[in-house]
Ligand binder design. Structure first.
Ligand code: UD1
Ligand code: MG
Length: 478
């Protein structure tokens, strides 16, 4: 990833406050691990932060369920600081101050503070915030917005209409009657001159509606000391909205998915009724692919160009080549599908299904941990698990690889251009050779050599006239 070390970010570190419990969610899961757009809130925020500075200048304040939060985002390489008791956003920054006091790490001249529950923030906006902070030479710069409904947010009170300068941030529960309609909200995202911020943290008090240390009170304290506190509005309102309740989160989820669909459509993907589709933020789709209504594309899914994904299919963490047809109602999870393959309707491709180019996996077929070679077909009602299947193989209707003996899984190998007749069971471990035939209805327990024909069923007995004689006998009994 390209990181620009501009004048604004050279001496900047980023703190992400992520220690809160999220009481308003009424959930056992920590708030910052709730997902929108298929990814935890905190991971969205870290991703934006990493576009501005490198991971070793990002500090996550964790507290509530700290170990879970840490484990979920550790792969991003950011630092963690533990806020042992969650006594408010001001207390979260006291944790940061204590960390630097007791560590070798140099104190960065500027701190940008992000909230772990404001996930749609864009790096362009953070960059603009840092630029205003520098241009104004401010002690504190607050990112704000004017949403349709400001209820619940802290309000930013400017010195005068049109002035960049702020007198205070007032939390919802402390608004006076005159301030009740104040339209400009505090996003919970700020830039600070670190020394100015640290000097005020010990002056914060908990005598407020929540009995917490409010980081927002630092604004008034700085102003009272003659320091400059300014506000700058974000370009779009959505990107600074908070996610304190499930309702708010689902609003942000819809906004994020709509943005993802717009991005893909701008890249040449046709998405019919995008409002009905669930597409995660990191999904990539090539141009000229068609996505029908009610499709879900989840996780790190990659779809090539010229594909068609028909309605009611759910594709999770899978990679599809070019010109793949996914018919209605398929479920793919961790599958890889080659160019020109045809799936479904109603195929279930489980993890490590590796479907070759131009192969077919048809209706009511389930695959797991298999390789199906180029041009091979399993078109109807089949279970293929733990199998390596060559090219040009025909798997008849109802074929089953019996891969599990109750204790261990075993491999079935099927050679190129072989033919497995319908309703056969292949009891693994087993090899069917190249160009071999398995007769329909067989239970195959021994290897089949190349070019052989194997039967594994009772020979048919035909008794001529038996049915007519039975009817005759029945008539006689009446
Ligand atoms: C905060 C702001 C409010 C602003 C809003 C924007 C304060 C007092 N108020 O309110 O002005 O409009 O964000 O979304 O800051 N956290 C900790 N440690 C704590 C408490 C919270 O790390 O002890 C973290 C939370 O995990 C969360 C963030 O800080 O990610 C914000 O906390 P939250 O309780 O959501 O604050 P709001 O009530 O939304
Ligand atoms: Mg919040």
């Amino acid at each position: 990833m390209h990181i620009e070390l501009t004048k604004e970010t050279a001496d900047l570190a980023i703190v992400i406050m992520a220690a809160g419990k999220g009481t308003r969610l009424k959930s056992r899961r920590p708030k910052v691990l709730h997902e929108i757009g298929g990814r935890a809130l905190l991971l969205h925020v870290i991703a934006a932060a990493k576009m501005l500075v490198s991971h070793d200048r990002i500090y996550c304040v964790v507290g509530h369920e700290a170990e879970k939060v840490r484990a979920a985002v550790a792969h991003t390489g950011v630092h963690f600081m533990l806020q042992a008791e969650q006594r408010g956003t001001g207390d979260a920054l006291k944790t940061v101050k204590a960390f630097f006091a007791s560590s070798e790490a140099a104190v960065p001249a500027k701190l940008m503070v992000l909230s772990g529950d404001v996930p749609l923030i864009r790096v362009e906006t953070l960059r603009a915030l840092a630029a205003v902070h520098d241009a104004e030479n401010a002690a504190m710069t607050i990112l704000t917005a004017v949403p349709d409904d400001p209820t619940g947010y802290g309000r930013v009170i400017r010195k005068a209409a049109g002035s960049a300068e702020v007198t205070a941030i007032v939390e919802q529960k402390s608004l006076t009657n005159e301030q009740r309609d104040a339209p400009e909200i505090n996003s919970g995202i700020y830039c600070f001159r670190t020394a100015a911020l640290f000097a005020k943290l010990d002056l914060l008090s908990t005598s407020n509606a929540h009995g917490e240390y409010y980081l927002t009170d630092v604004a008034g304290l700085l102003v009272a000391d003659g320091e400059k506190v300014v506000a700058t509005k974000a370009e779009s309102v959505d990107e600074v909205l908070g996610a304190n309740t499930i309702v708010e989160m689902m609003h942000l989820d819809a906004a994020m998915r709509a943005a993802t669909a717009r991005r893909l459509m701008a890249e040449g993907v046709t998405i019919f009724r995008p409002d009905t589709c669930v597409i995660d933020a990191e999904v990539q789709v090539g141009a000229d692919t068609i996505i029908e209504p009610y499709v879900q594309l989840l996780g790190a899914t990659r779809i090539g160009s010229g594909c068609k994904v028909r309605s009611y299919s759910v594709v999770q963490a899978s990679t599809l080549g070019e010109d793949v047809l996914v018919r209605n109602g398929c479920v793919l999870d961790g599958a890889t599908v080659g160019d020109g393959a045809i799936l479904g309707p109603y195929a279930h491709l489980r993890p490590e299904s590796n479907i070759g180019p131009a192969a077919h996996v048809g209706n009511f077929c389930e695959t797991k941990k298999i390789t199906l070679g180029a041009g091979s077909k399993a078109n109807h009602l089949t279970y293929l698990g733990d199998a390596v299947i060559g090219t040009g193989v025909n798997i008849g209707a109802g074929v089953i690889t019996c891969n599990y003996d109750g204790v261990h899984k075993h491999l079935t190998t099927i050679g190129d251009h072989s033919f497995v007749g319908s309703d056969s069971t292949l009891v693994a471990p087993l090899t069917v050779g190249e160009g071999a035939y398995v007769a329909a209805g067989s239970c195959i327990t021994e290897d089949v050599p190349n070019d052989a024909l194997a039967f594994g069923r009772a020979r048919q007995v035909t008794k001529s006239g038996w049915a007519a004689a039975r009817r005759e006998a029945a008539r006689g009994e009446k």
